[in-house]
Design a protein around this ligand. Sequence first.
Ligand SMILES: Cc1cc2nc3c(=O)[nH]c(=O)nc-3n(C[C@H](O)[C@H](O)[C@H](O)COP(=O)(O)OP(=O)(O)OC[C@H]3O[C@@H](n4cnc5c(N)ncnc54)[C@H](O)[C@@H]3O)c2cc1C
Length: 307
Amino acid sequence: MNSFQQESLADLVSHPVEWNCLLSQYTSFSIGGPADAVVKVDKIDELSGILEFFAKEKVEWRVIGRGTNLLVQDSGFPGVILILGEEFRAISSCSGNNPNDTDVRVGGGCSLGRLALNCMERGLTGLEFAGGIPGTVGGAVIMNAGAWGSELSSVIENLTLVTDAGERVIDRKDLNFGYRCWHDYRKFSGKPIVVEVAFRLDWDEPGKIRAYSQTLQKKRKEKQPGSYATAGSFFKNPVNDSAGRLIEASGFKGVKIGGVQVSENHANFLVNHGGATAADVLTLMCNIQEKVKRDSGIDLEPEIHFI
Ligand SMILES: Cc1cc2nc3c(=O)[nH]c(=O)nc-3n(C[C@H](O)[C@H](O)[C@H](O)COP(=O)(O)OP(=O)(O)OC[C@H]3O[C@@H](n4cnc5c(N)ncnc54)[C@H](O)[C@@H]3O)c2cc1C
């Protein structure tokens, strides 16, 4: 960015801009070089102004959530990373004080775990599967995040998107989700940002919801590698098979390249044991893909997104 663009950006936002900021601190993998700038945006007007400015000045940008499904290259990102702040983290009921209303409206920057907990406490069922999935609601929409046979798309009522051309609400019937993806995302010009999501849930007893959520959390703890830096499941599961099973069958469990290792607990998790680079991860990824293809004929497609 040139100095005019830097000054203009700083004027457009209420939070201080983080210049030349290492993205490793914004990803759960703890990997990634610097972005020109990281900007936290608190308000919708601010966001619209920034997007208009980026479009006019042809500034590269990308929005991220909690970076829990991302691999950022070692050379970083030559542009601005946007993070949704305050106003985009709110949870509310869709139609005011109607106690019978099971719709929940939530900002794209809200933590998915916080939303699941909030719904559980209010006796709203439908998001228990999401309780242990890290990241934001916006990120979970783009990924169509899911677990235990459920996925986010099944409870979405509508989405509010913001682009440099303005705001737009998309109804559930016009949303075209797939396995760990929202197929139509790229169809919307101007890289839409998911700023709000309305969910349609059901009532149930909070105690029952809590018990079910706890069972799922326990299963998750048993299956996944503890507190390592990771981006979750690295590859999508092929139809009628599991990426973890294929990777293990090809002899990769525990295999290490540089600082990154195929988890001993769950072969579809790559974990950063400290100092791993994106180059390490990409080398290991290619080795796994080649060997699994040779052994089983199956092409493993990454689930994670790349910057
Ligand atoms: C330990 C661990 C366990 C996990 N378990 C699961 C699991 O069980 N199921 C599952 O599905 N996933 C799982 N994941 C992966 C990840 O948590 C989910 O995909 C999550 O939904 C990503 O959310 P995020 O906010 O971190 O998105 P990010 O990783 O920040 O971004 C993901 C993509 O969404 C885009 N994006 C983010 N926010 C927005 C927005 N508001 N508008 C437009 N685009 C946006 C980004 O540009 C990027 O392309 C796991 C990850 C970890 C680390």
